[in-house]
Design a protein around this ligand. Structure first.
Ligand code: ADP
Ligand code: MG
Length: 568
């Protein structure tokens, strides 16, 4: 099949957003795989080494190129996909800028091996943008593009590459997105010689979802199919009961084209109304169908952004579509399954019964080193009263003292954790079976950045390929402590950059962990528990505030009381 690659007129080239195409290995993977898809490939194979920093290779069984076309393809603005400005409206294929291959070739050592017919191929070599080799080469129909030494000639950009794990993840995500968009095409990803993703050609979307997101998550999804006005929304959303605060997957398409749009995800979440806990983040895959002139997909070709003409309308229909899908689920659900929560009440946190007494020695006010004697309760034998299951109140010579129990425990744990991190570490509890967790990119980065600290407080975490981690052991500061929930919340906080005010990374970690591990407000405490907590609090440096800068202790001076009662 002879085909000519035309050189874009400059005017057209100028009309096209001149965004950077090549930002990191993931963008190279995206561009090369899109080219393979455009070439009608049935199977696309991707190989990465060191997160793509040393090698990215994309092979396909698509149309391939003749030698002349192959040479032209490496030219800036050579494309077979558009001829004029008019073609830019409603572009169907993925690549249409004719600049990906030359852009990649200009910052790497690139080999293009391609053949239109069995055997009769060509191999072209480009280094730093200079075509230095065109040889005949044997290959089955299709194309292999090999990119070595990405950014070898632009050290400044090379410096911006992140860790191998992080680049691998980003490339994996880019491929996963394309795999979800093309269930009919088979994909494989090999990372440093090991298979990471393998989905066959000719799948249904449901099977493809299971192949890419995992069977477990795919099993929690329910179908969405909804049309209103000018828009249609199809796809899958997670059952409310299965939504979790972390580890969710989201994938949006507009007319089958992947894009990212946090506001649309938020609109979908709004469709859950109060059926999920405010912190839960449901997974979803949605395709919005709109007339081509309703959407501008050329806003930022590399960043997967789009612009809707009627954004409010799209958001409304997405929200309605999700609500509609969940409504049908509710109507069909057997008794005992999910029901919407009336009045927006968050469901009680599972596995954390409220109001049980905690043995004082297990309140996280862990035994001090056996050395010194217990701090004498001398001078502190005032009766203690708990108010609102949240505040501890007692009498001191100066007046009435009110202590916020969560804040106090947080402060105590903060010091304990800092000591553990600097010293010998914490006692951990081995889990009978390792607990499997799926994390987001940001959480994996946070995990990487804080691996040592997490180990220091007693978490034993093992990466398990992709975004899965296994938790083998967790700290056990008190019996109602939920190690897995604490791990998830701590990681989510770290990923979101909460506690940003702490300059020191170790301190920020300790503050985050202490906040998530501490006794919460609303927990009934016994007298001994309160006393124990206060004694430990007094042993700390006793700052007037907790790790958030909120007050831990409020005093009502005796004179103030006397003044208010007119005794002074
Ligand atoms: N894997 C491939 N199989 C067949 N042809 C390809 C492949 N990759 C690139 N090409 C050809 O090279 C041209 C330039 O590719 P590219 O620089 O990505 O620009 P664009 O995809 O925007 O046209 C494409 O238009 C196409 O004709
Ligand atoms: Mg392209």
């Amino acid at each position: 099949m002879a085909r000519l690659v035309a050189i874009l007129p400059d005017a057209v080239a100028d009309q096209i957003a001149a965004g950077e195409v090549v930002e990191r290995p993931a963008s190279v993977v995206k561009e090369l795989v899109e080219n393979a898809l455009d070439a009608g490939a049935r199977h696309v194979r991707v190989r990465l080494e060191q997160g793509g920093k040393t090698l990215i290779e994309v092979s396909d069984d698509g149309s391939g190129m003749g030698r002349e076309d192959a040479v032209l393809a490496l030219d800036r603005h050579a494309t077979s996909k558009i001829r004029s400005a008019a073609d830019l409206v409603g572009v169907r294929t993925f690549g249409f800028r004719g600049e990906a291959l030359p852009a990649i070739a200009s910052v790497s050592r690139l080999t293009l091996l391609t053949s239109e017919e069995q055997g009769e191929g060509s191999e072209l070599g480009v280094a730093g943008g200079r075509l230095d080799r065109v040889d005949p080469a044997a290959r089955q129909r299709g194309t292999t593009v090999t990119v070595r030494g990405l950014f070898f000639n632009t050290p400044a950009r090379r410096k911006f590459l992140r860790s191998t794990a992080s680049e691998t993840r980003a490339a994996h995500d880019a491929l996963a997105t394309l795999a979800l968009a093309h269930p009919a095409t088979g994909f494989s990803l090999e990372v440093d010689g090991a298979a990471r993703l393998e989905v066959p050609a000719g799948q249904t979307l449901v099977d493809r979802l299971a192949g890419v997101w995992g069977r477990e998550l795919a099993g929690t999804l329910v179908p969405v199919s909804y049309a209103a006005g000018a828009f249609r929304v199809d796809g899958f959303v997670q059952r409310p009961a299965d939504a979790k605060p972390t580890g969710r997957r989201t994938q949006l398409f507009v007319n089958g084209r992947p894009f990212k749009d946090p506001f649309l995800v938020r609109a979908a979440e709004a469709g859950y109304r109060s059926s999920i806990h405010p912190g839960d983040r449901p997974s979803l895959l949605l395709n919005v169908t709109v007339a081509p002139d309703e959407v501008d997909v050329n806003v930022h070709p590399a960043k997967l952004e789009v612009r809707f003409r009627d954004r409010i309308g799209v958001e409304r229909v997405v929200e309605e579509a999700v609500r509609d899908a969940l409504g049908r689920l509710d109507a069909a659900a057997p008794v005992g399954q999910w029901r919407p929560m009336p009045g927006g009440q968050p469901p009680p946190a599972a596995g954390r019964p409220q109001g049980l007494a905690i043995p004082p020695e297990e309140l996280g006010l862990s035994p001090r080193p056996a050395a010194g004697p217990e701090p004498s309760p001398g001078g502190f034998d005032a009766p203690l009263v708990q108010f609102f299951d949240s505040y501890i109140v007692y009498e001191a010579p100066e007046g009435m003292v009110i202590v916020d129990q969560h804040s106090a425990h947080e402060r105590v744990l903060y010091e304990t954790v800092m000591a553990q991190l600097k010293g010998g570490g914490a006692a951990a509890q081995r889990l009978l079976l390792p607990h499997t967790l799926e994390l987001t990119d940001e959480e994996l980065d946070a995990l990487e950045a804080h691996a040592e600290a997490l180990r220091g407080v007693g978490f034993e975490v093992e990466p398990f390929g992709g975004r899965t981690v296994l938790i083998h052991a967790a700290p056990a500061p008190h019996p109602r402590f939920d190690g897995i929930a604490c791990f998830r919340e701590t990681l989510a906080d770290l990923a979101r950059g909460r506690f940003g005010g702490w300059a020191n990374r170790l301190e920020r970690f300790a503050a985050t962990f202490a906040c998530r591990a501490a006794i919460k407000a609303g927990q009934r405490l016994s007298e001994p528990e309160m006393r124990r907590l206060l004694l430990r609090l007094f042993e700390t440096e006793l700052p007037p505030h907790d790790v958030h800068g909120r007050a831990t202790i409020v005093q009502l001076p005796r004179e103030e009381l006397e003044r208010r009662f007119g005794r002074r």
